[in-house]
Design a protein around this ligand. Structure first.
Ligand SMILES: C[S@@+](CC[C@H](N)C(=O)[O-])C[C@H]1O[C@@H](n2cnc3c(N)ncnc32)[C@H](O)[C@@H]1O
Length: 328
């Protein structure tokens, strides 16, 4: 049971404003992790001078970006405008990445608002210096949609390289055991099954991921208040396959801080920005909560529980508008 829920903050400006005073970053500020591993900046990813200041002379082994594609809020609904905008932060990423590095980008579509930028995005990438390596489809177990259309159960993840990045094959396996008998092949005159010859008794992740659960409110990693978080296991797979411990990872769209947590748990250093102080604060709090309590999200609570408990005004607002009653 969700005992301390929080509605989506992007959909309720009044509620959003109530939490702003509790955010430690305002636009242009940077939070440097006191343990000196990570940083979070409240920065627009195409603000070249602030990004330059944020990264200094650091170079990254891996970029994992998850841009907003529901651009209605940003008034950039057409694909061309969206991709022109993408081109700017893709170019910046290229400069920040090491000679041999990996670049991943999640790319969605918003059919309702006719934003389907795949084709334009893929064409744009051809002139960036990155080499296309794979287009991954993550198949969600839960979907959304209407009765009049195919249910949306898919998320696209594009994988590009600069030079020759690491690809740690030993980390590429899912947790799914190989149960089906494979083809027989004669080795030294004896028939052997695939399983006998393979490197793992688990199935290797290909470019269709079917083993990752989309985040929903019953999961521990769920961050109430957010609306677009990626599954931690997906980001951890990317990080573990495409970087090494102690490497630096950059993410231009922090939101709920999934890349930050994934880096912390897998001994990478994460530098991440978000244009919105609220999501910077949520990301930092998620990291702090992980360090203090070992939790990866707030399934039964939310990042601003302390402020809600203390503040009559917020509590009254949530009760009146959403009929949410918090019990102390
Ligand atoms: C799809 S979410 C990222 C989700 C993230 N991967 C996670 O798992 O939580 C996109 C985020 O990008 C942020 N954003 C939008 N425009 C931005 C910009 N120009 N620069 C930096 N961040 C931006 C939004 O505030 C939002 O939090």
């Amino acid at each position: 049971m969700v005992s301390f829920p929080l509605p989506r903050l992007d959909k309720d400006k009044e509620l959003y404003e109530m939490f702003l005073p509790y955010c430690r970053l305002k636009y242009g500020d940077v939070w440097n992790d006191p343990l000196k591993k990570h940083s979070v900046g409240c920065i627009d990813c195409i603000d070249k001078s602030l990004i330059k200041e944020f990264v200094g002379n650091k170079k990254y082994s891996l970029a994992v970006h998850d841009p907003p594609y529901n651009m209605v809020a940003f008034r950039k609904t057409d694909s061309k405008k969206f991709v022109d905008w993408c081109k700017q932060w893709v170019g910046l990423s290229y400069k920040l990445l090491k000679k041999d590095s990996a670049f991943y980008v999640w790319l969605g579509a918003d059919h309702k608002n006719h934003l389907e930028p795949f084709a334009e995005f893929i064409m744009m990438m051809k002139d960036t210096g990155f080499e296309s390596k794979s287009f991954i489809t993550m198949r969600n177990q839960r979907g959304y949609g209407t009765q009049k259309n195919w249910m949306s159960v898919r998320q696209e993840l594009l994988y590009y390289s600069k030079g020759e990045p690491v690809f740690n094959t030993k980390n590429v396996y899912t947790d799914i055991p190989k149960v089906l008998k494979g083809y027989y092949k004669k080795v030294n005159g004896v028939n052997t099954e695939n399983l006998e010859r393979s490197k793992s008794d688990k199935i290797r992740a290909g470019n269709v991921w079917v083993d990752i659960q989309q985040v929903f409110y019953l999961m521990e990693e769920n961050i109430n208040g957010c609306f677009a978080q990626k599954p931690l296991s997906a980001i951890e797979r990317i990080i573990n396959v495409s970087s090494n411990p102690r490497d630096r990872v950059i993410d231009f769209f922090a939101h709920s801080g999934t890349t930050l947590i994934a880096c912390e748990r897998n001994k990478r250093k994460c530098h991440t920005v978000d244009i919105d102080p609220i999501y910077c604060e949520i990301s930092i709090r998620r990291l702090e909560a992980f360090r203090e309590k070992g939790i990866i999200g707030w399934q039964n609570s939310n990042p601003f529980e302390k402020e809600i408990r203390a503040g009559k005004k917020i509590k009254a607002y949530l009760k009146e508008k959403y009929n949410i009653e918090y019990k102390n």
